[in-house]
Each structure stands twice: as C-alpha cells, then as structure tokens.
Design a protein around this ligand. Structure first.
Ligand SMILES: [Zn+2]
Length: 564
C-alpha cells in the first residue's frame, strides 16, 4: 500500500480517501466475507492489489471509487472486453428518466456547488435528467453527504442498471471555492453513472504521481470519439483535481456523456422557475421549443419572463436572464433590470457547427450588467432542444444532401409512430478519386439512430443522383437522428455491418400520440407530442378531453405557430 506516497498537493481526491482510511475499523464477520469476495473478484478481474483499498468494509479502486459486491461480480462476467475517457462495463439503464440527488447537509457554497454540478448533467439531452431532491418523479436517488475531515470526494460505480447510491464530498474543499467543489461533485456523480478516470492508466498525468489503476480488459472501455490519452484540464474525470477548477464539463466530457447516454428521449418543458422568477413559452424559430437547424445556423428564440428579485430576498438587485446553447459558446442576455417585471423578449443564438443534439438553457443572474451576466453564466436549466444537422454532409470524396423524410425536407421534424416505418430520400455524390482511390468500391449507408439502417449506394467511379430507403423507427418515443456514413468495402453487406451512428443529416420524432396533431381524430394526451399538444390543450381542453377536431388542428398554427 503506497497511499501515503500520494499525499501531494494535486492528489486531493487521494488525500480525502486516505484521511478516511484512518477511521477504518473492523466490520461484522459476514461483512468481511463479502468484502473478501469483492477483493478476490477485483484481483481476478486484474486490478492491482495495491490499488484496492478497504475502509469500514467498503472496497475502493482508483482511490475514490467504491465497488459493490454486484459490481465486482459483473466485472468478472464482462471480462474480455477491449482495453482501452473511459467507462466501466456497467452503465445505467435507459429506463431511468430522472435521477435525484439528495444533499440535506449541503449548505452555503456546498449547496451552490451541488446545484451547479447537477446542472452540468442537464446541459445535454440525455436519457436521464438530474434534479436536486426533494423533487417529484425520481426514479433513483443518490445520497450526497459531506465528510468534514475529507479533502476530496468518494463515489462508486453503477451496478444492476442503477447508479451508485452515495457520493461523499470533503468538507475541507471549502478552501478552494465553489467552482472546485462543483468540479469534485460533478466528478463523483460521473463515477456513479459509470465514468472511470480519464487517466486511469497513468494517474501521474493529473496527480503528478501514481501509476495504473488497472484495466486488464475489464471496466475501462474507451468511449468512442473521446481521446484515449489524458491531459491536465482535459476532463472532469481526471484522477486528481487542481486547487482551481472551472467546475465545467470539457468538450470531450460532453462527447462522452452524449455517446453513453445520448438523445432527448425526454423533451424538456418550455419553462423553468427559480423562485424569484421564471421563463415560460420558450420558442425556437417559428415553432415550439424543439427545432432542427443546419450546423452553424442562426436560431431565433423568444420567451416570456417574470422577475421579482424581492422574492429572492434582494428587492433592489439588478437581475438578468441569460439563454444559451449547451456545448457551445453561444449565449445571449435577454433582460437586465431592477424591480418586478412581467414581459417577453427575443434574441438570436447560433447553432453549434458539429451535428448533434443540444439543449437550449436558461439561467438567472444578479450582476450589474448583461455583459457581467454573460461572463458569469455557462449553463442553466434545459428549456428547449436544438437538433443540428449537416446539409450537405461531406466527407471529402463525397456527400449526401437534401434529406427528406416522408416527403418532408430536413428542416422540418416529421412524426412517426413507435416502431413505424419511414421513407428516406436524399441526394448523393461520390468520387473516390478525390481521396486518391479512383478504383475503390464506395458505399453510403444511411440509418436512424436506434432504428434500422440501409445501404443506399454501392459502386465505383464518379456518381451522383437521388437515392433512398425505407427505415424502421425506434419503439421508444423521442427525437432521433437520421445519419449517413461512407465506406470503401467490397459490397453493401460489409458496409452495413461496419457503419453505425454516422453524423446527423436530419431528425425524426417518434411519438405515441396515436395520430398526427395535424389530423383530426381522437383526443390526444397532453404529454404525447412534447409542447405543442400540451399548449393546445391548455388553451382548449376540449382537444385532450373530448376529441381532436378540425378546430384543434387549426390551433397547431394559431397556438403552436407551427405549419402542418
Ligand atoms: Zn474519481
């Protein structure tokens, strides 16, 4: 055991654990048997013995990650996966929609930091949202506790599809300020959903000292599209933190989260309330709070808002409201002023240049000016979704463009019933010679995320034209990307087998409304088609209580400001 050797200024997570070590005591005999099995399983799975620590009958690896008996057993079962921003073999179930974090002992900067850390995970449309307890509809609750003697954090890995249930945060972190505490909490929450240390293979990268936490083909899977090598400041999941951290997820952390738990299966409401104010009726472009736009495009946003700084105990405060796009620097301040205000405002945001799904967030501030508010606001509560597609999607020696789904162009979302089929058409151009391989057999594969895929082109030479396929939609309601990928294989079957999850060229919405909101029929449920049906039923309850008649269809335009 060489934990004392890690007592370095930068080894703060290790410090915290080692302090806890001093409190270790013997447990009950049956607990010891369980502890021994976990240790045996870990060693069999390839973790070096000196990286396994036992404190109060709790087993840790990598200094701050608790391993439960189930998790250690699952590591053995999963042996044989590839070695290589890293995750455990176990992730959390996509059936978990809302994970709550209960931190009744978190006050002052710790409370602020906990809120900010939770917000980090709500920056992106994931299969789950996080919220501070108490909150309604929690599928799982992580208990956050403060250990006044600790100077770091401790958490564990998921098992059985559930997050690890406890994070422990060191009370001595108060000396570093709110951003560094936010960093440590975000890091520990990352472990609970399956993130391993980005420099697990060489802790010296972030700690200045230390070796390999152990991989051995179990529990350290490289997350696609993230770097396999770590640098200081490169990830919130570095083993050790610095005294000064931003607390924010890095660009590769966002990619890792999106890759592991992507997609807005659960669309956010078009409003958020922070006690002394709120925004509501957030709309993007001419539609509701969900929009599909081309990479880098301008996005107009409008919102109602209410401000009463007095409700927050600061009646004279100058208040601001900032809107932004997750995973990008685009943000705008739509209001700055004092007093009680009930109004609306509009602004323009810029879509990211990388295709993908992003949240629109809103956050309040108390600063002197809009500029100060912008400089101090990096994320907020999700109030909308931006689906960014590439048109054309180019790969150097070819492209696809002008994607239409069921005859509708790619700047419009198209509704498809769960598991239903959809008709894709698109234009393509290939010229393998541009990449120095004029004789190569080229393929284009297009598909729907979590749905089916099809080889839409196979040939040699220079070619262009229109192509298409019939695809099968996923069975879970949500918004999914339509993607394309290119390859040089011998035939379509080989290309199909190798192509998955390419870049987005369009989006499609799978919903459970029963019928299109643009067609008359039975009453719709307010929750079935994100905001529009809910808005119409709020204005005209007949549509959800009795039937969706022609009047309801006309309200798609007058209430939702959408075309049919
Ligand atoms: Zn850690």
């Amino acid at each position: 055991m060489n934990h004392l050797a890690t007592f370095q200024a930068r080894s703060i997570l290790a410090l915290g654990l080692s302090n806890a070590l001093a409190l270790g005591c013997a447990g009950q005999p049956e607990e010891r048997a369980e502890t021994q099995e976990i240790i045996d399983n870990l060693q069999q799975a390839g973790f070096p013995a000196d990286d396994i620590t036992v404190v109060d009958d709790t087993v840790y690896v990598g200094r701050d990650a608790v391993v439960s008996l189930e998790a250690s057993r699952e590591m053995l079962e999963a042996a044989g996966t590839s070695q290589e921003q890293y995750r455990t073999n176990n992730t959390i179930s996509t059936a978990l929609i809302k994970i709550c974090v209960s931190g009744p002992g978190f006050t002052g900067v710790f409370s602020t930091a906990l809120d900010l850390a939770i917000q980090n995970y709500d920056e992106l449309p994931l299969t789950f949202t996080m919220a501070r307890a108490p909150s309604s509809g929690c599928n799982f609750t992580i208990n956050a506790v403060i250990d006044p003697n600790m100077n770091g954090g401790v958490a564990g890995f998921p098992s059985g599809g559930l997050p690890y249930g406890t994070i422990t945060i060191g009370g001595q972190l108060a000396q570093y300020g709110v951003d560094t505490i936010e960093h440590v909490i975000t890091h520990e929450l990352g472990h609970t959903i399956g993130f391993r240390h980005s420099d697990y293979y060489n802790r010296a990268i972030s700690c200045g000292i230390g070796g390999n936490e152990g991989d051995a083909g179990v529990g350290a899977i490289l997350i696609p599209d993230t770097p396999s090598t770590a640098v200081v400041g490169g990830s919130i999941m570095n083993s050790c933190f610095q005294a000064s951290e931003t607390g924010e997820l890095t660009s590769t952390d966002l990619v890792a989260l999106r890759t592991m738990y992507s997609a807005p299966r659960h669309l956010p409401a078009s409003s958020t309330n922070w006690g002394w104010g709120n925004v509501s009726n957030v709309r993007l472009g001419a539609g509701d709070n969900v929009a599909s736009v081309a990479a880098g495009a301008s996005v107009s946003l409008s919102s109602n808002f209410f401000i009463d700084a007095g409700l927050g105990g600061c009646p004279g405060c100058i208040s601001q409201i900032v809107f932004g796009v997750s995973g990008s620097g685009s943000k705008q301040c739509i209001y700055s002023g004092a007093g009680v205000v009930n109004s609306s405002a509009a602004t323009t945001l810029t879509a990211p240049t990388t295709p993908g799904t992003y949240y629109i967030w809103a956050a309040p501030q108390w600063q002197y000016t809009c500029n100060d508010a912008l400089n101090n606001t990096f994320t907020g509560a999700a109030v909308g979704v931006l689906e960014v597609y590439a048109d054309p999607l180019s790969w150097g020696w070819g492209n696809v463009s002008n994607v239409t789904i069921n005859g509708k162009p790619n700047n419009r979302r198209v509704r498809v019933a769960p598991g239903g089929s959809l008709s894709l058409t698109e234009s393509y151009y290939v010229n393998a010679g541009l990449a120095g391989c004029p004789g190569c057999i080229s393929q284009i594969v297009s598909g729907i995320e979590d749905g089916s895929k099809a080889c839409v082109y196979n040939g040699v030479g220079i070619a262009s034209g229109a192509t298409g396929a019939t695809l099968t939609a996923p069975t879970q309601p949500g918004v999914y990307k339509i993607w394309s990928a290119s390859s040089w294989q011998f035939n379509c079957n080989d290309a199909l087998a190798l192509s998955n999850n390419g870049a987005a060229t369009s989006y499609v919405e799978v919903d459970s409304c029963g019928h299109d909101k643009c067609a008359a029929g039975g009453a719709l449920s307010a929750g079935c088609d994100h905001q529009c049906v809910a808005d119409i039923c709020a204005a005209d309850s007949y549509c959800c209580n009795n039937s969706w008649d022609a009047q309801c269809v006309s309200e798609v335009a007058t209430v939702c400001h959408q075309g049919c």
